[in-house]
Ligand binder design. Structure first.
Ligand SMILES: NC(=O)c1ccc[n+]([C@@H]2O[C@H](COP(=O)([O-])OP(=O)(O)OC[C@H]3O[C@@H](n4cnc5c(N)ncnc54)[C@H](O)[C@@H]3O)[C@@H](O)[C@H]2O)c1
Length: 341
């Protein structure tokens, strides 16, 4: 049984708390948040009133014996807290993006490797059931050559974050980084690093708020788009289309079924995939829904810790590459030039 402490009981911290409540071989033993009363209220609402809340991570290190430091803090704090977790010899799970610069991400990655502590990054799309199904289909080769891949991640502007940090470029680097890095990371996971990126986008006070990128590969034509300029009533959508010589895979988070396959001579049909744990009914208005990749990534992480096996997906090194490519995309959108990698 692995004991975890979550740092940052905001949107993602509450998500992770629900997952620990469902995982059989992990348990939440503490929370660190400088807004202690709000964190306590959230834990009560999730049916976890007994979990102690600390104002600083040092207090948690002092008071508790635990295995995992789970960092759900604003991105500009990842470097500081990741290094603290590594120095304390904890296994670290850190939310994405790993850091705000490639240099900081490399520092974390190197420190984790030198200390020999397990480290995984919350690049949850690698574990999202429908995206995993695409990876499996791609690896099977049954569709033939991939001709094109297009990906979208679109959202109303987030207004929930503590201190509105997401809308401050200096803390989040905008939607092109915070939101779109999920698709950047998935493109890298599926196809490796592109030769170059060419991006266009919109910029505002939050930084690059919508980005459109072409990734240069020999073979498939690959585009991804991500932005949060939509009206507050628009909601959220993630989607992709992978067009192969012999099949097309379509995914749309708002469609039913979400994932489908079309092969020549056969009508479009649902493509089965393995779903994940269920959201607690006490959370967000009582609707049960799939916890998707958020569940599967923590399940995989805890599984590696329990078995002593190496983390191979969403490693610090892979997340560092995603930071580098996402920053190259922003540079390209700003300069109007293609950026070679
Ligand atoms: N994987 C995903 O799909 C996904 C989705 C949302 C957010 N995220 C990532 O998760 C991280 C957290 O985002 P969020 O949306 O939960 O933010 P949030 O603003 O909802 O939560 C941040 C929490 O950290 C606390 N905090 C801030 N500074 C602190 C400090 N110095 N010490 C202790 N506590 C502190 C705040 O009080 C708050 O509770 C970010 O890196 C974000 O990019 C990932």
């Amino acid at each position: 049984m692995k004991k975890s402490v979550i740092v940052g009981m905001g949107f993602m911290g509450a998500m992770h708390a629900q997952i620990y409540a469902q995982l059989e071989n992990a348990t939440l033993v503490g929370v660190v948040d400088f807004k202690g009363a709000a964190a306590k209220e959230k834990l009560d609402g999730l049916g976890m009133p007994g979990v102690p809340v600390f104002a600083t991570v040092e207090e948690a290190f002092e008071a508790l014996d635990f295995d995992v430091l789970d960092i759900c803090l604003p991105t500009d704090l990842h470097l500081e807290f990741a290094l603290k977790g590594i120095a304390a010899g904890k296994a670290v799970f850190c939310e994405k993006p790993l850091a705000l610069s490639t240099e900081d991400a490399e520092r974390i990655s190197t420190a984790a490797a030198e200390a020999g502590v397990p480290f995984q990054v919350g690049q949850c799309i690698r574990f999202w059931p429908e995206y995993q199904a695409l990876r499996e289909f791609h690896a099977s080769g049954q569709g033939g050559k991939l001709l094109s891949l297009t990906m979208q991640r679109r959202s109303a502007r987030p207004t929930y974050a503590e201190g509105d940090w997401l809308n401050q470029e200096i803390r989040s680097k905008g939607a092109a980084f915070d939101l779109h890095i999920h698709d950047t990371d998935f493109v890298l996971a599926l196809l490796g690093e592109p030769r170059a990126v060419t991006s266009h986008g919109h910029f505002d006070a939050s930084g690059p708020s919508h980005i459109f990128t072409h990734y240069a590969y020999d073979g498939p034509v690959v585009y991804a788009e991500g932005g949060w300029n939509y009206p507050d009533t628009w909601g959220f959508q993630m989607a992709f289309q992978a067009l192969y010589e012999n099949a097309t895979i379509d995914y749309d988070s708002g469609a039913q079924p979400t994932l489908s396959i079309t092969v020549p001579g056969t009508p479009k049909a649902a493509l089965p995939f393995a779903s994940a744990g269920q959201r607690e009914s006490s959370f967000k208005g009582g609707n049960l829904s799939d916890l998707g990749g958020y569940y599967k990534e923590l399940e995989a992480f805890i599984h590696c810790l329990e078995n002593g096996s190496a983390i191979t997906d969403a490693t610090a090194g892979q997340a560092t590459a995603s930071v580098r490519v996402a920053l190259a995309e922003i540079e390209s959108a700003r300069s109007g030039q293609t950026v070679s990698l």
